[in-house]
Design a protein around this ligand. Sequence first.
Ligand code: SAM
Length: 334
Amino acid sequence: MNTPLIDPFARAINYLRVSVTDRCDFRCVYCMSENMSFLPKAELLTLEELDRMCSTFIGMGVEKLRITGGEPLVRKGIMTFFEGMARHLQSGGLRELTLTTNGSQLRKYAADLAACGVRRINVSLDTLDDAKFAKITRWGRLAQVLDGIAAAKEAGLRVKINVVALKGFNEDELFTLTDWCAAEDHDLTFIEVMPMGDLGNEDRLDQYWSLKDLRARLSERFTVTELTERTGGPARYVRLEETGQKLGFITPLTHNFCESCNRVRLTCTGELYMCLGQEDMADLRAPLRASADNAVLESAIRAAILRKPKGHDFDYSRQRTDGQMTRHMSHTGG
Ligand code: SAM
């Protein structure tokens, strides 16, 4: 292996989140507008390029790879990519290969993912009510997702459910979702909604529900014990003593985790974002395409990591108006 990636603040970068597509089969109201225009295909890294990019990072010390999107499982031929990454699990270069998905394609792919060495997956699911699910995802069908989750379980995958906490939308399902996850033995994480600007929703829900409030509600019914466990990201964990469940809370807008930040994010066009809250990015597609020799790419990666800032600093004035949480949420996606 090459010298590991260490940023200017002595943080080892061993976690890469990769968006493999900007496309999605859902149109969640807090994430995308209904009429999205997607990137032309030539802009995207090919599956071979994604493999080369990820393999280079793994050679430089990345041990955990999370695949996200858009919806990663709608990328054509994506299983070829997972099959390729399996070799790094086998060699021990990679410790974990995982993904964040909306669950719609899991019936089709869960067994193959497990065969590639995926052990745990995050599935985004904000409600257990059919009509509400259709409303929030616009194009999704709850039954299909629940069936996908069942398929994941059958394939032996550990499932973590990611719920975006939405005021007036799933507040009333706090205990239903918690109980369902306990009964199904799924892990559960709540995500605080991030402002996305105007996504063209006529009935834009005024959705912000603070996780502080959510937690206070939980403690009306459960004894909530804070856990010290940290993952280098924005998640904090608690245990519900009565059920033994471990729950996560992700507050993307806080920055009390920056000191232990171990991650960077790659978009499907090969842009590397060094920090969730800052716009600085490095184009890795040009150096990747410039030469078949990885040396050029490696030095571009090292130069980018040297630009990783100490912490993030959200600037609400630059909320996106074109829709899509792809890049930002590839951070929090769980
Ligand atoms: N399609 C995949 C999925 O549904 O999980 C992966 C991409 S999706 C953008 C990743 C995560 O971001 C999902 O859990 C989604 O709910 C979350 N997300 C999207 N927009 C968000 C927002 N405005 N605030 C908080 N979480 C958001």
